[in-house]
Ligand binder design. Structure first.
Ligand code: PMP
Ligand code: G9A
Length: 403
């Protein structure tokens, strides 16, 4: 008889639930199902031939380095490339301010490990990226949610909340925000709010964790400076990633921040995975050195803009008037809000029977609300599938509204 493992788990392992997104990804293996669920990049955006070329070169000429352990901070040439490429950080960040991570998911994990004691409070947007919430939960972080509107997190409510928490003698460690084309809401924080959030963070002496994976995927309008670039006092830790602009399979991302915090993050990473794979770092570096990554991003933006347009058109065409949704200027996601009585978690079974999937909104809300919302991703399915998927979903919702 095999061992009963039940008595061995940590309190945390008993408490943690599987990610709703990753569970739905398993459910929608059936090719008949049109998935508007996962935030996977379109494989057509991967520069496969160019990557193939650099992999061959690296293994032929530089295998001793590529196949070896590397420094925990990450390869110097890749870090230098990133610092020079991100125009807005060029002046303010040096090699001491940047480290490479195995995906920004690892960044979220390491920041939590460095900053959170069980029971510490942190601020999140309502809704927010579910795998980030799980990372914070896994270190015992207690989340307080702040609602958003068209301009992002509502800073007046943030300020009131921080004042109240201070009064209650609660230690708030950081404010987590996805400033551009938020996951899941698709909302972008305005410049005025970015300035204000910094002011408020400084007033209450709280750090800001700015997660910015969709930054370069803007379909229209002018880019807005990141909160990181507006800060001169080391309050902001910024996460960037190659996942949405090159490919997620390399698992390559970076953290920018205060030198002291980067030092702590590096020590934690040593205990986590020693280093990010040198091979993948060299692949990204050589790809960027030999090709124009901005050009690749431009053509990816074309692809995603077409898909965003297809989704917004389909929503107008097929969703009933009782439903409202966000209109993102970039990124991968739209959030739709249904009449209060509809539970999208429960409705998912019916949608899958109609061969369409989405992520129920509830798991993105740290306050347990949002049951009548859903996240719709336009990044992965084709334009035709987006139209057909929204059509199928519209049918399911109309049936629910009638009942
Ligand atoms: N943060 C946000 C807001 C994301 O949407 C994602 C990916 N969906 C991540 C972090 C993780 O990205 P990576 O592939 O770099 O780990
Ligand atoms: O979990 C993944 O595969 C990444 C996608 C994230 C998302 O759907 O938000």
């Amino acid at each position: 008889m095999s061992i009963n493992t039940k008595g061995f788990y940590s309190t945390l392992a008993v408490k943690m639930e599987a990610s709703a997104i990753r569970e739905i990804l398993k459910l929608v293996q059936n090719p008949e199902v049109i998935s508007l669920a996962g935030g996977m990049p379109d494989p057509a955006t991967f520069p496969t031939e160019e990557l193939n070329e650099v992999v061959k070169q690296i293994l032929a000429k530089n295998s001793a380095c590529a196949l070896q352990y590397s420094s925990t901070e990450g390869l110097t040439e890749l870090r230098e490339f990133i610092l020079n490429w991100l125009a807005e950080v060029k002046e303010k960040a040096g090699l001491d301010n940047i480290m490479i991570t195995s995906g920004s998911q690892q960044g979220l994990d390491l920041v939590s490990k460095v900053l959170l004691n069980p029971g510490d409070t942190l601020i999140v947007e309502l809704p927010s990226y579910l795998a980030a919430l799980n990372a914070f939960r896994s270190y015992g972080g207690e989340m307080v949610g702040i609602p958003m509107d068209d301009e992002g997190m509502q800073i007046d409510i943030l300020e009131e909340t921080l004042a109240k928490l201070k009064n209650d003698r609660k230690k708030v460690k950081f404010i987590y925000t996805i400033s551009n084309f938020q996951n899941p809401a698709g909302v972008t924080m305005s410049l005025a709010r970015r300035k204000k959030i910094l002011e408020v963070a400084k007033k209450f002496e709280v750090l800001i964790l700015e997660d910015n994976p969709y930054d370069k995927l803007r379909f229209e309008g002018e880019p807005i400076p990141s909160i990181y670039s507006l800060d001169n006092e080391g309050y902001v830790i910024s996460l960037g990633t190659f996942s949405k602009i090159l490919c997620p399979g390399l698992r390559l991302a970076w953290i920018l921040g205060n030198k002291k915090i980067i030092e702590k993050l590096v020590i934690m990473k040593q205990a986590t995975d020693l280093c990010t794979t040198a091979l993948n770092q060299l692949i990204a570096y050589e790809y960027c050195r030999q090709n124009d990554i901005d050009k690749n991003i431009e053509s990816n933006v074309e692809i995603y803009r077409r898909k965003r347009n297809a989704m917004l058109e389909a929503l107008d065409k097929y969703f009933p008037v009782e439903v409202i949704w966000t209109k993102p200027q970039g990124g991968f996601f739209v959030v739709a809000t249904l009449p209060e009585h509809i539970d999208t978690g429960e409705m998912l079974k019916e949608a899958i029977k109609e061969n369409v999937a989405y992520v129920p909104g509830g798991s993105f809300f740290a306050d347990g609300k949002g049951q009548n919302t859903m996240r719709l991703s336009f990044c992965y399915p084709s334009v035709e599938d987006i139209d057909e998927g929204i059509k199928r979903l519209g049918k399911v919702i109309k049936r629910r509204i009638k009942n």
